[in-house]
Write a protein that binds this ligand. Structure first.
Ligand code: AMP
Length: 284
């Protein structure tokens, strides 16, 4: 039977990492907020292609949740998660509590200048500061050689890639593709909030992306028309409130008006009270 070390403290995690590095292992790291699904497991599978010591973290990071967001209700099932991570072949699971990560005198944050001024950053103004801060801390605690993140959170992947480059972390960042349910809904821990009726409406995110892909492939260059088509499709479903639909440069996230090369189409939609995101690269 595979054994996994469950680690709750920073000191123990750092000493685990030092020992592993001392043995010449390559540490690959998959940071998560838990309530794991096949999307998370795909990052772990990808990780094991790049290193031999897979470390997963589960930490619902309070500093990336704004007031009124779902920090307190975020779904959790640590026992099930431990079993999944163990079966996937991880050697350690780091699962600290918030007090361990942010002591009472905590005051240091990592904030980016430009990337957060787009997409999710506009309606979640403190989100990426919380993300960049916690991932920086986790990198100093887990000391990975490689980290695997999902393209599902495309803007987060860019933010962390930029942080790693700007702060000279000696860590290779790998972006892994979005894993979807059989009907196309992007897997998310937050899908568990959806009622059966909302679950049907939630599919409109993927349908609108697929429709946009068809439009772009058949020669449509006008981003405004593509956004309008997506908006109409999503609004035709009850209980949906669009936060944003954007067609943008896949590196800078600046809006694109006329599609001449690959663009990122990204959207965030509330279905009932559940905020869902999805994205796709569209190529003319
Ligand atoms: P979370 O637990 O939601 O913070 O996600 C942890 C990591 O899993 C992030 O790098 C996410 O981008 C990634 N992830 C979440 N959902 C998916 C998915 N459906 N497909 C691929 N990666 C995902």
């Amino acid at each position: 039977m595979r054994v996994i070390e469950i680690i709750h403290t920073i000191a123990k995690m750092q000493s685990y990492a030092e020992k592993s590095r001392g043995k010449g292992n390559t540490i690959v790291f998959v940071p998560t907020m838990g309530y794991l699904h096949a999307g998370h497991l795909s990052l772990m599978k990808e990780g094991l292609k790049h290193g031999d010591d897979l470390v997963v973290s589960i930490f619902v990071n309070p500093t990336q949740f704004g007031p009124g967001e779902d920090l307190d209700t975020y779904p959790r099932d640590l026992e099930k998660d431990i079993e999944l991570v163990r079966k996937e072949g991880a050697k350690a699971l780091f699962t600290p509590d918030a007090k361990e990560i942010y002591g009472s005198r905590y005051q240091t944050y990592v904030a980016l200048d430009k990337l957060p001024d787009h997409l999710c950053g506009l309606s979640r103004p403190i989100h990426f500061k919380g993300v960049a801060t916690v991932v920086t801390k986790l990198f100093n605690i887990v000391k990975p050689h490689v980290a695997v993140l999902g393209q599902k959170d495309y803007q987060q992947l860019l933010v962390i890639g930029r942080t790693v480059e700007d702060l000279n972390f000696d860590i290779k960042i790998i972006g892994a593709p979005i894993i979807r349910e059989s009907d196309g809904l992007a897997m998310s821990s937050r899908n568990s909030y959806l009622t059966p009726r909302q679950r049907i409406c939630a599919l409109s995110l993927y349908e609108s992306l697929q429709n946009a892909r068809r439009l772009v492939e058949s020669g449509e260059k006008d981003a405004a028309k593509i956004i309008a088509a997506a908006s109409d499709l999503i609004k035709s479903h009850p209980e949906t409130t669009i936060d944003y639909i954007a067609v943008c440069n896949p590196e800078t996230l600046d809006d694109v008006k006329t599609i001449e090369g690959p663009v990122l189409m990204a959207l965030a939609v509330k279905v009932g009270t559940t905020r869902l995101i999805d994205n796709m690269i569209l190529k003319p």
